[in-house]
Design a binder for this molecule. Sequence first.
Ligand code: COA
Ligand code: AMP
Length: 637
Amino acid sequence: MTNSSAEYQSAYEHSLRDPDAFWGQAAEGITWFRRWDRVRDASRPPFTRWFPGAVMNTCYNAVDRHVERGRGKQRALIYDSPVTGVVRIFTYSDLLDRVARLAGSLRAYGVEQGDRVIIYMPAVPEAVFAMLACARLGAIHSVVFGGFAARELATRIDDARPKLILTASCGIEATRVIPYKPLLDKAIGLASHKPARSVVLQRPQLAAPLVEGQDVDWEEALTRGTPAECVPVAATDPLYILYTSGTTGIPKGVVRDNGGHAVALNWSMDRVFSAGAGDVFWAASDIGWTVGHGYIVYAPLLHGATSVLYEGKPVGTPDAGAFWRVCAQHGVNVLFTAPTAFRAIKREDPRGLLMRSHDLSRFRLLFLAGERCDPDTLSWAQEQLGVPVIDHWWQTELGWPAIANCVGLGMLPVKPGSPTKPVPGFDIHVLGSDGAVLAPGETGQIAIRLPLPPGALPTLWNNDEGFVRSYLSQHDGYYVTVDAGYRDKDGYFYVMSRVDDIINVAGHRLSTGAMEEVLSGHPDVAECAVVGAADALKGELPVGFVVLKSGVSRGDGEITGELVNRIKDTIGAFACFRTAIVVTALPKTRSGKILRGTMKKIADGAEYALPATIDDPAVLTHIAERLRSVGYAKPVE
Ligand code: COA
Ligand code: AMP
């Protein structure tokens, strides 16, 4: 085996040597109403705009053109919902009909090109129709993951200032129904911007009471207006805003444009995922995440493939064979999920018996992303499935994979623990703190030399300055990923950890800083710290340490219970904040900096050196004792 595929190598070099020619060629995969003046506009550094002057519509490319080309009868979207026992199949013609009608009714409620629409919905087909209907009108959607609590939704409402909010009466988790409407109403109450209307999809599992004049029933909304045609938009116009955790409680509004996004995602289907038109592609994620936007909705549809929308879990709906049942029933060729899902499956079906009880003859490839893929999980999946298992790395900001084994360009040998090599378009380096490119094997910050390729964020919503400050100002000419890692002598990357306060809980990106803000708001808390402790299933779990104000006489258990509920009610249950520990002091340096890194190492039972600048070493002993009392800080075996 060699470490390079000639096709990959040549594509990669071409993409860096002449990005305009490379992406101009890739753009032939998209249908344009008007072609671009230039492939790339770099006249306002450090910003890059792709395909200025071009006019197109993302929904047209994802839906209409397939029907016009005779693929109307092909399955476009398969909705499989073990939590409701429903499977629904929509052909491209069905999709066109649903999306055009919904777009017409959104217009009847005043939505025009450039308006924002928040979509706060579970994984139901109407959420996909809603995203495409916005794209059809040139309106900008902002999908908010249904697991977020009211305060998080309110922050997004205030930043995006939507004209309409689309929601459902409830989401359905494995064991319970989650009413969405009270969360939405609370969020609108908290927000200073008030959307004109909420359109509510009533699900049979739980109807929501609607407020006259404010809420509209989804079915009734559909009786308004007439089916809408695609509105031509500039390639550089925003398609969507997706908020992601930053290092404070204020999320960042990642902007995705129309043209560059369509070009990159369509290109990635063949080259990265080796999936063609007509293949069945399943991204087992949620539409609220970047993976869901890109690979449940846009990429498979732009490419004319069939996409699976799954409303369930890898285990418990009903068992650890759920993924294999879906793959067999719908003929899935390519599956994309997070390693944590596989750890959950492995825990319940270690010998793969449930897996083997299904016909997986059409299943070709498994892609894993969202968190570091531990070699054990990778090799277990490979052995059990007997197909290539591909770890690949990306971020909400980048919108599609940046480091991957581009199977469609010739598969490279897999090195467990590495997502392989940079994808064409991404000029990735490991930098030292002085900005110098480090030698193979040396760990530093992973950074991408500008320009970022099409599909990556052109800016943050209404915040060019924040975009430059957060990502482009640290090292001149580079986008910093805020991930640390190294490159080996063969050019393979190893992504080891974040260098900010972001932790990864079951593939979900969460800010410990945001959690600390919530804990500090409790009247009895003097100061606090949250760290991500290693967890065998979810990768990391947050652990909170709190110092109480002097004179607080209530029991610790009562207060920690309140703290756990606070995080659940302000951020969401998916943060899995279950451990809050009362301590007498937090370990600090003499200059007062909290030693979160050392606390994490203690929690993980890892080796740690006593920091030279520590103020009081006895505090670390106290922290270790408290952690041991709740099951952490055990030596690693
Ligand atoms: N709406 C409301 N609540 C939600 C939710 C949603 N959309 N998603 C999760 N939650 C809640 C759950 O009900 C649960 O609440 P509880 O602790 O009160 O019971 C909590 O958040 C944690 O949920 P989850 O992370 O799903 O944990 P789990 O233990 O039920 O399942 C896994 C564990 C590994 C199976 C699950 O985390 C999983 O499927 N992970 C894959 C994640 C993924 O695909 N990420 C996308 C990255 S590409
Ligand atoms: P998100 O923006 O939610 O997609 O999270 C992005 C972050 O998840 C990255 O910055 C990494 O820290 C982590 N991540 C995603 N994929 C991988 C991977 N394959 N290996 C290691 N870390 C990953």
